[in-house]
Ligand binder design. Structure first.
Ligand SMILES: NC(=O)C1=CN([C@@H]2O[C@H](COP(=O)(O)OP(=O)(O)OC[C@H]3O[C@@H](n4cnc5c(N)ncnc54)[C@H](O)[C@@H]3O)[C@@H](O)[C@H]2O)C=CC1
Ligand SMILES: O=C(O)[C@@H]1CCC=N1
Length: 264
């Protein structure tokens, strides 16, 4: 695949790493306004680093937009006359809806919106995608790309904001839970490196149990909670302190904020 990433910042670079590590490219163009910090990527075979978005589009078939929402109109205007039938435009820009993209580049383009997360750099992103009418014919191409870099599902565009909170912001939320567990483990006497290893691998194990068994979390909790034992004691105390409630309220606050940002 000939892929261009326009805007190689935090997310763009994570996608680039995932594509390179997973051997998912024929050529890869990476663009950024100032390229010093990503120049070393041109040492990989078939990876080209440039400030020139138009050349990147010309040389590629799949165009991944990973720029901030406030720069998106400018970049779409810059590249719109370069787009042909070979191109698929995949936008990861938060809150920049398909009708807004179509208003700039036209509705006769293959347009996909994708919401990956930074775990794409290690091939473990949960990515949600949707498309415009014409883009429906290229959804399978997008799913194929993102399935090589983790898991992906197609959802209606109306759910993209919620998916951003759960999957993209979700990385930060889970990191905080892992950090809190690490702090708890240190308080219980473990060295910080041991505490982190124990926390993250237990988290990975919990997620893997669900992925591989298809079970509901409560089924797995039932297997761990010995009646009158320490697990249910800890769980109930966490719930008395509002664990589930604070998580749900945080997700709702994040969702309200994303809706507010997308309106402005
Ligand atoms: N960071 C994350 O976990 C996620 C971010 N997103 C979305 O992805 C987009 C990018 O986010 P980040 O990577 O965090 O932002 P960032 O600010 O780290 O990266 C944006 C990059 O675009 C470059 N840029 C700006 N104007 C440009 C232009 N005219 N031509 C080429 N490059 C240009 C900047 O130099 C910067 O490196 C945002 O719209 C964000 O909402 C979506 C999912 C997850
Ligand atoms: O925090 C944000 O607004 C963006 C969207 C999801 C991840 N980063």
């Amino acid at each position: 695949m000939k892929i261009a990433i326009l805007g190689t910042g935090n997310l763009g670079l994570s996608i680039a790493k995932g594509l390179i590590v997973n051997n998912a490219i024929t050529t890869l163009y990476l663009t950024k306004r100032t390229i010093a910090s990503i120049e070393s990527y041109s040492e990989y075979g078939n990876v080209f680093v440039t400030t020139d978005n138009r050349t990147a589009v010309e040389k590629s078939d799949i165009i991944i937009l990973a720029i901030q929402p406030r720069h998106t109109e400018l970049v779409l205007n810059e590249i719109k006359d370069m787009l042909t039938e070979k191109h698929v435009v995949i936008s990861t820009v938060t809150g920049f809806k398909i009708p807004r993209i179509e208003a700039i580049i036209g509705n006769d383009q293959f347009i996909i919106r994708a919401m990956p997360n930074t775990a794409i750099s290690v091939g473990k992103s949960m990515t949600c995608i949707c498309s415009n009418e014409k883009g429906k014919k290229r959804v399978n191409v997008a799913l194929a790309i993102f399935n090589r870099l983790g898991n992906s599902i197609e959802i209606p565009e109306e759910q993209m904001q919620a998916a951003t909170v759960i999957c993209a912001s979700g990385i930060a939320f889970w990191m905080r839970l892992i950090r809190a567990t690490t702090q708890g483990a240190i308080q219980l006497g473990f060295e910080s490196t041991e505490a982190l290893e124990m926390s993250m691998h237990t988290c990975l194990g919990a997620a893997s149990l669900l992925v591989e068994s298809g079970n509901h979390p409560e089924q797995e909790i039932d297997r761990v909670t010995t009646p009158g034992g320490c697990t249910i004691e800890g769980l109930n105390e966490m719930e008395h302190q509002g664990l589930s409630s604070s998580l749900i309220k945080g997700l709702k606050a994040s969702f309200d904020k994303i809706n507010q940002i997308s309106k402005s």
